[in-house]
Each structure stands twice: as C-alpha cells, then as structure tokens.
Design a protein around this ligand. Structure first.
Ligand code: PLP
Length: 467
C-alpha cells in the first residue's frame, strides 16, 4: 500500500498517532500558527463525552475551556449528529440567495424570539468573525444609504477580541495579535482597558466606571459624532481575560451611544446561548437592548460552523422607509443559513430548552464562582480570580509591584506552568499570556465543578511551591 492509499479510506480508526502528528506538524496550519522550524507537537484528541475529552492514549481530561468557549451542551450528543445527518441526506444545500429551507427559516424565527426588544432580523454567517464582519458592513451600509458617507468610524476597546477577518481583526484590541499583521487602522478608535483589576488602588469601582464612560464620550467627541458609526463591545471581554466591566458600565455606554447617534453592537459570540445563564446577556444580565447582536459558538455548541448577526427592526425599517427603490445589502456567504448547520443549531436549542440548561447554569454558577474566588485567596501567585456565570479567569501575579507590561513578560510563566500542571492531572485550561481561563460545557454538575477545582487547587500548589 502506498502512502496515499493509507488515508483514502480513513474510517476514524487505527491511524498511527506519531504519523498523524507528523502530518499535522508538516501540513496543518493551525490558528495562530507558529512560524518555527521546531513547531509544537499537538495532542491528538480522539473522543468527547459530556464534559470530557480523551486523547489517543485514552487519557481523560475535563475540558475546562469547553472547546473554544463553544461546546455548551457537551460532547457526544447523538441527537445533534442525527439531526445533521438526516438533513444532509434529505437536502445538504440550497442557495440562500433564491430559496430557503425548513431548518434555517425555523432557526431564524427561534433566534428572534430569544433576542431582546426588536432584534428580529437574523443574518446567518459561518462563524463569529463573519458575524462581526457583517455587523460592521451593515452599519456602513446603513449610513451610506442615508447619505451619511463619513459616519464610518468604529469605537472598540483595548483587549477586545472580535475575530480574524480583516474587519473583525481591525476592531480587535489585543496588541500582541496585531504585531505583524495589517489591519484597517483608519477605521477604528480604541478606548482604554476597562478591567477593574487594573484600576489605581485608591480608586473605587464607581469612579472607575465614570472614568471608562468618559473615555468613550471623549472619544466620540474628538472623532466627531458625525463620523462615528458604532461602538462594538463584548458584554464580558472573553479572550481579553474574562474582563467584567464595572457595574452599570454597559447601560451608561449605551446611553452615551444613544446621545450621540452611535449604534451599539453587542458581540455575544461567547456570552450568547447560555454562558451567563440566559440566551443572551445584553439585556437579561446587563440591561441593554443593543442595535445589533452577533453570536456563533454556542449557537451550535460547536457541532457545526455557524454565526449570526441579529439586527433590530428599527434599523431595517429605517432603510426600507428611506429609499423608494429597494436597497440591496450586498453581503452574504454561500453557506449563509446552511441547512445542516441550522439543523444542528435547532437541535442544540431543543437540548438547552428540554434539559433546562439555562436554569442549571444559574444554579451552579455561584458554586463555580465561589471555588474560583477561594483559589484567588489561597495562592499568592494569583493576582486576580474573576468570573461570571460559567466563565472564569485566574490572572497571575508573578510580576507583583511592576507595571502591567513588565508583569506580563514575567507572568507568561504563570499560564505555562499552570497549564502543564493541570494537564498532567487531567484538566485542560486555556492559557492566555498571563492568565488561565475557563468556560466548561454548561452541563457541568456541581460534583464535576468540585473535581475541576480540586485539580486546579492541587496544580496551583505544585506551581507555587516550584517558584
Ligand atoms: N467575537 C468574540 C467575542 C470571540 O470570542 C470570537 C472568538 O473567540 C469571535 C468573535 C470570532 O469567532 P470565530 O473564531 O468563530 O470566528
């Protein structure tokens, strides 16, 4: 058998793991691909069940990050697999330009019932990045049609992450990610980090909130409201390090946006579909009805790729009223509303409803947050232990008493060490620079939360003692 025949009839069983790792290293360019002649060798994951992943040696791990903040209903859901399989057999594809399908029409209706206020218009895309791209393209289109050709700037926040297309990366505020990549710097104005942990030690949370809102207002005023199209914000900055803005921040930011005629895009790619115990967090947790919501990840729990941009009736109606000729929003993807992805999303929503997963998240989150806080209090190497819902972050404090940028270079070690110590004990965490973040499948039980935090406790004790 030559090399090619070996994988032509791949049936998911029996490949030599070393061979797979070699092909992977040689040919698979992963996200955030390392440009090095000595690339990392990745573990091969072969199976998932509930909150657990299994590697090729059969070792079991709790999936602390829930895939990439996405596997909300957990692994091994045969009912989603069947829904996708049945749909593929019946109809794998129909052009969304000229036709619709049962699962995608049903899904659009169902999503619009879960969103706050008049957010009733669902534009399907393929992931979170394309959902954000669509949101930005829409606000530009919205202003162009009204003849406001200069109203284009987007205000975004340092440490925000919104995706990896040119537009969504341009509004993302993680400096390290942009070091060697181009983005549209003309399009965006960034306002400073909102992380309450980084406020001066003598400043109250209320004063910090006022300062952060001032940052937004001053930015709008300096660019000129006539030039600002939208403000984009994650309700909780996820990959920036689970940053929860100070109390009342979103409401005040929303009021400022309204005051100056700036649209509010709430990026719920992580918070949507149950992470904070609600379908969407914008209104139910933070009290605002934005103009546009973006979502992805938990929409299908990662079983199929899909994203959505949900736009308010107010905006859509305004455009309809504005021009006599129908105006075309010439933006779309071959796979917008893909029937198999929509079937996965519908089944995912059934599971969330039938198993009362939102209620479950609200019930177990206080225990999760409590265990997280206790680690923060117990270990000196932790600077901040923060979270909300089933989101958590441990931020290292190896660089105590240094500036944030100096601390970051020392603290790289923190996430590396914690990652190694937890993996050894059967827990995956997500190391990000000086932090480890968690967003386990939402079905995690109280007992499993305890197992997860017991492993972390043990691992942190090893790391602290080693330093
Ligand atoms: N928006 C937020 C808040 C995210 O966290 C992410 C990804 O992590 C994205 C957008 C981009 O989503 P995707 O990776 O599906 O393109």
């Amino acid at each position: 058998m030559n090399g090619k025949d070996k994988y032509r009839d791949f049936d998911g069983n029996g490949f030599d793991i070393t061979q797979l790792q070699e092909w992977d290293q040689k040919h698979f360019m992963h996200p955030w691909a390392e440009m090095s002649s000595n690339k990392s060798k990745f573990d091969v994951i072969t199976e998932g069940k509930g909150i657990y992943l299994y590697d090729s040696s059969g070792k079991k791990y709790i999936d602390g990050p829930g895939g990439m903040w996405c596997v909300n209903v957990g692994y091994g859901r045969k009912e989603i697999a069947s829904a996708v399989s049945n749909q593929l057999v019946q109809l794998p594809y129909a052009s969304p330009w000229t036709t619709t399908t049962e699962p995608s029409a049903i899904l659009a209706k169902r999503i619009s019932e879960k969103t706050p206020g008049d957010l009733n218009n669902v534009f399907f895309s393929t992931c979170g990045s394309t959902a954000v791209d669509t949101a930005i393209r829409f606000v530009h289109f919205y202003n162009n049609v009204q003849g406001k050709k200069n109203k284009k700037k987007i205000i975004a926040r340092e440490k925000g992450y919104h995706g990896s297309t040119y537009l969504s990366a341009s509004v993302s505020g993680k400096e390290r990610d942009k070091r060697d990549l181009d983005t549209d710097t003309n399009l965006v104005k960034f306002i400073p980090d909102v992380n309450p942990y980084r406020r001066p030690s003598n400043m109250s949370s209320e004063s910090w909130c006022i300062e952060k809102i001032n940052d937004l207002e001053i930015c709008i005023q300096s660019v000129g409201p006539e030039n600002v199209a939208a403000f984009i914000a994650e309700p909780v900055l996820a990959s920036g390090g689970v940053i929860i803005p100070p109390k009342g921040y979103h409401k005040k930011a929303f009021e400022i946006c309204r005051k100056y005629g700036v649209l509010y895009i709430s990026d719920e790619v992580v918070t949507g579909f149950g992470r904070l115990g609600q379908w969407f967090a914008s209104d139910e947790v933070f009290g605002i009805t934005p103009d546009i919501i973006t979502c992805a990840k938990g929409l299908t729990s990662g079983y199929m790729p899909m994203g959505a941009t949900i736009i308010s009736d107010r905006l859509i109606n305004k455009l309809a009223d504005f021009s006599e000729e129908p105006t075309l929003f010439s933006n779309g993807y071959t796979y917008s509303g893909h029937p198999a992805a929509a079937a996965a999303a519908n089944k995912n929503m059934d599971i969330i409803e039938d198993e009362k997963i939102l209620e479950h998240v609200r019930e177990v989150s206080p225990h999760f947050q409590n265990r997280l806080k206790m680690l923060g209090e117990k270990y000196d190497i932790i600077g901040d232990a923060r979270g909300i819902g089933l989101l958590g972050c441990l931020e290292g404090d190896l660089g105590k008493n240094t500036s944030e940028s100096d601390a970051l270079s020392v603290d790289y070690k923190f996430s590396e060490l914690v990652d190694a110590a937890t993996e050894k004990r059967g827990l995956f965490v997500r190391p990000i620079i000086n932090m480890c973040v968690f967003s386990p499948p939402l079905i995690i039980t109280k007992t499993e939360i305890d197992i997860m935090f017991d492993i972390l406790d043990d691992a942190l004790s090893e790391v602290q003692n080693s330093l």
